[in-house]
Design a protein around this ligand. Structure first.
Ligand code: B12
Ligand code: SF4
Length: 465
């Protein structure tokens, strides 16, 4: 029989395990499971630059736990970046690691350690749990884990300017079946722009406090990466591997107007090519700084504009502490509709929204949901990205719903499949029908002709989130 999981060569006693669903790098369900992990990339780069070699395995590159059991034999240290959605996989991997290597040590860090340390501490297989940033502690921790208590507060850099450039060859390789389509160590295209795709981070924290997210409450603030460093990295990657387009993974790219002005000035002049890119903004700041926004779209090729619209109803936007209004959303939509038409007239590719929409928010009425769908239909150039609201630990609303026993996302299943039910008391049947177009007549009421003509079937837009 064809055996596709040959045991990788062991070169170190220290193993970094990349986390994700089994098989995501063998037969991925969608493009987003294939993005690489910048936390892993950064920390492995720092370790290797400090003379500490590590081996790498990935739960995404195998299809059964037995394969992992065989591959992790003989390692002394296991390192993992645990996010809430990878916590179940991390726990299982740590258990297997300890069964196979009873004297080995498991060192886990990452977002879940920061926001749900009680859940991490309850797992006996995690020997050291590092909360917060790891870049200025990882070397000492790996050299001598016994010198640290079980729960450790990490140490970060003051600015991203201090981060080394990630050595992307330290990222996991996809299964060889995917290698033709996967331009490793860059990433495959996902419909936003041509491949190979370079994912980058230019900023670390979004300062807003939306109750379903508010990462500023648990990620320490840090300086943004200088524009010159970002461009240098892209040019380096282009010279080495050939970049097709860029995904800026910042939670909030459209912040710090001064930085953005410098980006507008330098990216078109200094980058090898003005690659199109995906990046995130908010509708209120688009309205606040419309000229800056237009200049970014026109001059820097910001052609996939991710906006957390979330809802088309002021009542829900207030409940989410989104600090954006229906009017802000409409302003951003009209502006991109106008720019898109103009680009099309000139024979250019129009910019498009990546419109993040949440449904099933506790307290949402049917009328609120209809307003959201109406808003979505008014976008002329859009990739809709719809998800059912999920109560993640770390966020204010998530903590509240977990405390009230209303979360259906257990620690065994933080993982969110598109149609998973996430909160008790939400009428998911209604939302399934809504996305299948059952209420299209109601939604179309009052909409302009072009919007009414759009299909009301949004089932394909429901993303894993
Ligand atoms: C890029 C990104 C994505 C990308 C790529 C993810 C990937 N493969 O890495 C995509 C778009 C795919 C994505 C998807 C999702 N994401 Co996301 N994502 C991010 C984002 C914006 C940046 C992550 C990043 O690279 N950070 C930079 C690196 C350097 O930080 P880091 O990985 O945390 O690592 C640092 C520390 O944690 C620590 N550390 C990490 N590992 C270790 C190990 C040891 C041993 C030590 C000592 C320290 C340590 O040191 C590192 C350096 O300081 C973060 C928000 C953020 N600002 O971090 C959200 C975030 C991680 N995502 C989040 C969520 C909820 C999701 C989704 C579920 C939501 C969605 N909208 O679909 C999906 C799920 C995807 C899936 N697999 O099912 C949440 C996680 C919440 C939680 N409680 O875990 C975050 C925090 C956003 C938020 N505010 O809600 N995401
Ligand atoms: S949802 Fe968006 S705007 Fe709100 S805090 Fe999170 S990243 Fe910032």
């Amino acid at each position: 029989m064809f055996k596709f999981w040959s045991k990788p060569t062991k070169t170190s006693n220290i193993l970094w395990l990349d986390l994700g669903d089994l098989g995501d790098l063998v037969h991925p369900n969608g493009p987003h499971e294939q993005w690489q992990d910048h936390g892993l990339g950064l920390l492995r780069t720092i370790l290797h630059q400090n003379g500490i070699q590590t081996d790498l395995l990935s739960t995404r590159a195998i299809t059964s736990w037995d394969q992992l059991r065989k591959q992790i034999q003989g390692y002394e240290i296991l390192l993992m970046n645990v996010r809430s959605y990878t916590f179940p996989v991390a726990r299982k991997s740590a258990q297997i690691f300890k069964e196979v290597n009873p004297n080995g040590m498991v060192l886990a860090g990452g977002m879940h350690a920061t926001v749900a340390v009680d859940e991490m501490e309850a797992v006996p297989y995690f020997d050291r749990i590092c909360q917060g940033p790891g870049e200025n502690i990882i070397v000492d921790l790996v050299k001598d884990p016994h010198a640290f208590p079980r729960v450790i507060m990490g140490v970060g850099a003051k600015s991203m300017a201090e981060w080394p450039m990630i050595d992307r060859t330290l990222w996991p390789k996809p299964h060889r079946r995917l290698r033709k389509k996967f331009p490793w160590p860059l990433e495959p295209e996902c419909g936003w722009g041509p491949g190979p795709v370079a994912t980058i981070l230019t900023s670390r924290v979004c300062p807003w406090q939306c109750v379903f997210c508010n990462e500023s409450s648990y990620i320490p603030n840090m300086g943004r990466k200088p524009v010159d460093m970002v461009i240098e990295e892209l040019n380096y990657l282009d010279n080495k591997y050939g970049v097709g387009s860029v995904v800026i993974h910042d939670s909030m790219f459209f912040q710090h107007p001064k930085w953005l002005e410098e980006w507008i000035d330098k990216y078109p002049r200094k980058a090898n090519k003005v690659w199109p890119y995906w990046a995130a903004g908010r509708s209120d700041t688009v309205r606040q700084w419309p000229d800056l926004f237009e200049a970014l779209v026109r001059e820097t090729n910001w052609n996939t504009i991710s906006i957390g619209f979330e809802s088309g109803s002021d009542r829900i936007l207030r409940l989410l502490n989104k600090e954006c209004t229906e009017e802000d959303n409409n302003f951003a939509i009209e502006l991109v509709n106008r720019l898109g038409e103009e680009f099309e007239r000139e024979g250019r590719q129009p910019p498009k929204f990546w419109a993040n929409i949440m449904l099933g928010i506790p307290g949402e009425t049917r009328e609120d949901a209809f307003k959201t769908m109406r808003m979505l239909k008014t976008m002329k150039y859009v990739f809709p990205s719809i998800s059912y609201y999920a109560p993640y630990p770390g966020s204010a609303l998530g903590y509240q719903l977990i405390a009230e026993g209303k979360s259906l996302m257990s620690k065994d299943n933080y993982h969110r499949f598109p149609d998973d039910e996430k909160v008790k008391g939400v009428d998911y049947q209604f939302y399934r029908e809504l996305l299948a177009g059952k209420y299209d007549d109601e939604i179309n009421r009052g909409l302009a002709d072009y919007a009414r003509k759009k299909s009301g079937d949004y089932r394909e837009a429901l993303v894993k989130a």
